[in-house]
Design a protein. Structure first.
Length: 478
């Protein structure tokens, strides 16, 4: 019997497994938020705020914004019950065209940016432990590439193993931040407060710089929404999605603010701004003989966050392809392992390609700019669900309407500030390229269903080689 016939017979059984309970889901949220950001973003926040006082305010406010955003995602995730996260909410709330634009930029650009930032941070801390001379960028990129391939292979083999890896790495990264917090408190008790006493001296007040500071901070807080990409793989999602998101966000808010207080208590402004490995410098100054523990913990942290990113963002691609908004091969599931093979293949391929010209600072700002627009769209979709299209739907979680309204306004400000208040042409080019490119793809291939020559033949060969098949129709309806 051919594979195609076997696939047809077993079609209804080919679905993603429900592997995540509350502990795994909460660990996933914390693990997705705590990644490379807290170890590299402090530099960007301080640089764009100009003062210690405003820097800490931005970290605290960014945490509250993250919490407000998470509450919105908790309501939508528990109510709708379809994987895909933001893509699903934008598509259902604001139409298929905008949903396609989000899925296209996420698959072709944004997913890879996230992974490259985390992987290069992992590689920088790995190289810091090696007896190298200078700054071997080629070695860092080689380490990043090999790490990504290993993580994707783990996720292709088993979602359960990937979820367990999340729990282990979350424990490691949380322990590292607790050590930093304790070290900072001890230093303050001893009378060390290198920059804390400077307060708001040197504060920058232009809106564009403040927006860029928030990009860096919100990058560090990003990740809570990733859990909603996995709704179809979570046990009792109506209960576990909101509980996990709330637990993860509140914990991270507290530990991030305290971590930055510790950094600023121990390091001078110039040391922090010049360092590409803030946590490693902190460890050298405070932990001394056991300072090697922090770089190792950062490596564990960024490794775990990359694993979480691959696990979650591949589901956006998977869901969009299942809906017909991306090539259907990207929704194909590996028959024996029941993992989204097609989505993960495009993820690793594009990330390896973009790794070649990677620049951390530019990537973080670009990621924040794109996120601000689509986050605003997501919160507007929630408002529309509440007032129009799903106002009578059952909501296991129902937040005050004021929260998505405020979140929408905040994200709109973060999107327009770098363009209006202090024009930055690179952001205009990025926005124009994303929307124009997505429109040129949508009209022929989605709207009119244009077929690519030899596509079916190629897909058939890939099915035979990798033993993959289309997923069963989703049983989850909004």
């Amino acid at each position: 019997m051919s594979i195609n016939k076997e696939v047809h017979i077993e079609q209804e059984k080919v679905v993603l497994r429900k592997e995540l309970g509350f502990v795994s889901a909460a660990s996933f949220v914390v693990g997705s938020i705590i990644g490379s950001g807290i170890f590299i973003s402090p530099k960007g926040v301080l640089q764009n705020t100009g003062s210690v006082g405003l820097c800490l305010v931005v970290w605290a406010v960014a945490g509250l914004i993250s919490l407000g955003s998470a509450l919105c995602y908790a309501e939508m995730g528990a109510m709708i019950g379809i994987s895909g996260g933001q893509y699903t909410y934008i598509r259902l709330g604001l139409g298929n065209f905008l949903g396609f634009i989000f899925a296209a930029q996420k698959t072709l650009l944004r997913n890879s940016i996230s992974q490259i930032i985390m992987l290069l941070t992992f590689a920088k801390y790995t190289v810091s432990l090696l007896p190298t001379c200078g700054s071997p960028l080629l070695l860092e990129k080689l380490i990043a590439a090999l790490t990504l391939v290993g993580i994707v292979l783990i996720n292709m083999y088993s979602s359960r193993i990937a979820a367990r890896l999340t729990v282990v790495t979350t424990a490691g990264k949380t322990s590292a931040l607790i050590v930093i917090c304790v070290g900072g408190v001890v230093s303050i008790i001893k009378g060390v407060n290198s920059e804390l006493s400077s307060g708001f001296s040197g504060t920058r007040s232009d809106p564009s710089s403040i927006a860029l500071a928030f990009y860096s901070a919100l990058w560090a807080y990003g990740g809570a929404a990733n859990l909603t990409c996995l709704v179809e793989e979570i046990k009792s999602p109506g209960k576990n999605v909101p509980r996990s998101i709330m637990t993860g966000c509140l914990f991270t808010l507290a530990i991030y603010v305290m971590t930055n207080v510790s950094y600023l208590a121990v390091m001078t402004r110039s040391e922090l701004l010049q360092s590409n490995a803030v946590a490693a410098l902190f460890a050298d100054k405070v932990l001394q003989n056991i300072s090697i523990l922090i770089p190792v913990a950062v490596m564990v942290s960024t490794f775990g966050s990359t694993n979480n990113n691959v696990l979650s963002t591949s589901r956006i691609t998977f869901t969009a392809a299942r809906d017909g908004n991306l090539p259907d091969f990207l929704s194909y599931i590996q028959i024996s392992q029941l993992t989204p093979f097609g989505a993960m293949t495009i993820t690793v391929s594009l990330s390896l390609l973009y790794l070649l010209p990677a620049d951390l600072g530019q990537f973080i700002s670009l990621a924040g700019f794109l996120d601000a627009f689509f986050d605003a769209c997501t919160f507007v979709a929630l408002i529309r669900f509440r007032l129009q299209t799903m106002k009578d739907a059952h909501r296991p979680v129902k937040i005050p309407l004021l929260i998505p309204i405020l979140m929408s306004l905040v994200k709109i400000y973060l999107f327009v500030a770098p363009i209006i208040f202090k024009p930055r042409l690179e952001y205009v080019y990025v926005a124009a390229s994303v929307f124009t490119g997505a429109t040129l793809l949508y009209i022929p291939f989605v709207r009119f269903g244009l077929k690519v020559p030899f596509y079916d033949n190629i897909v058939t060969c890939l099915q035979l080689i990798f033993e993959v098949c289309p997923p069963a129709k989703s049983e989850h309806k909004p």
